[in-house]
Design a protein around this ligand. Structure first.
Ligand SMILES: O=P(O)(O)OC[C@H]1O[C@H](OP(=O)(O)OP(=O)(O)O)[C@H](O)[C@@H]1O
Ligand SMILES: Nc1ncnc2[nH]cnc12
Length: 186
């Protein structure tokens, strides 16, 4: 279901089509049931996610457990007041990342009460940069690290996202995943 494609989107990348789960009959439903049981012992009142993979899985989980989303978007896509941070690029986007044009992500400033517990969701944890960006913008609106937990559909251990988290002082953040996928790194 999560087949590898070598050399896509560019040479040196082994692409894993994690979103393909959602394109299979019963794929999304099965995945959401598993995500629900993986996070059932965590308490949270918001599900934070960013485009695109995060939106797909988080929307379905939100519907399943009746908790609201906190949508993190590109700058200019949400009405003010917003809080923004300058983004790092995800592993898959990194070599075509144009360092001369910074990109930013935003969240509505008062969407999440500062004492709320937040589930951060994405489809993939590779280098960890995308989740790190989400966590930074959540911290900027006042959410404490101790009130965040993270779940992803698939982790690529070879991309060392956990190590990156530790280097950023986020080693204590609770992270769970459904799958560990072995992905070749060049
Ligand atoms: O751990 P990282 O190295 O940051 O990689 C993980 C991110 O990369 C992919 O997003 P991408 O930037 O390709 O955008 P998309 O979700 O719109 O496909 C994926 O959906 C994750 O969000
Ligand atoms: N789906 C994916 N496949 C391979 N590398 C990735 N890095 C981020 N998302 C990825």
């Amino acid at each position: 279901m999560v087949c590898p494609t070598l050399g896509f989107p560019r040479p040196g990348i082994e692409f894993r089509h994690v979103l393909n789960i959602a394109q299979q009959r019963k794929g999304l439903e099965t995945c959401i049931e598993m995500l629900n049981s993986h996070t059932g012992d965590w308490e949270f009142s918001k599900i934070a996610c960013c485009e695109t993979g995060g939106f797909v899985f988080a929307s379905s989980l939100a519907l399943r457990i009746d908790e609201p989303l906190a949508l993190i978007r590109e700058l200019g896509k949400l009405p003010p007041p917003t809080v923004s941070i300058s983004k790092l690029s995800a592993h898959i986007s990194s070599s075509d990342y144009d360092h001369s044009t910074e990109s930013w992500i935003v969240i509505e400033q008062s969407l999440i009460p500062t004492d709320a517990s937040v589930l951060v969701m994405d489809d993939v944890l590779a280098s960890g940069r995308t989740l790190y960006d989400i966590i930074r913008v959540l911290r900027k609106v006042g959410i404490g690290l101790e009130n965040m937990c993270v779940v992803v559909v698939a982790k690529f251990p070879s991309h060392r996202g956990r190590q990156f988290f530790r280097e950023q002082g986020l080693g204590g953040v609770r992270i769970r995943r459904l799958l560990d996928l072995m992905v070749r790194r060049e």
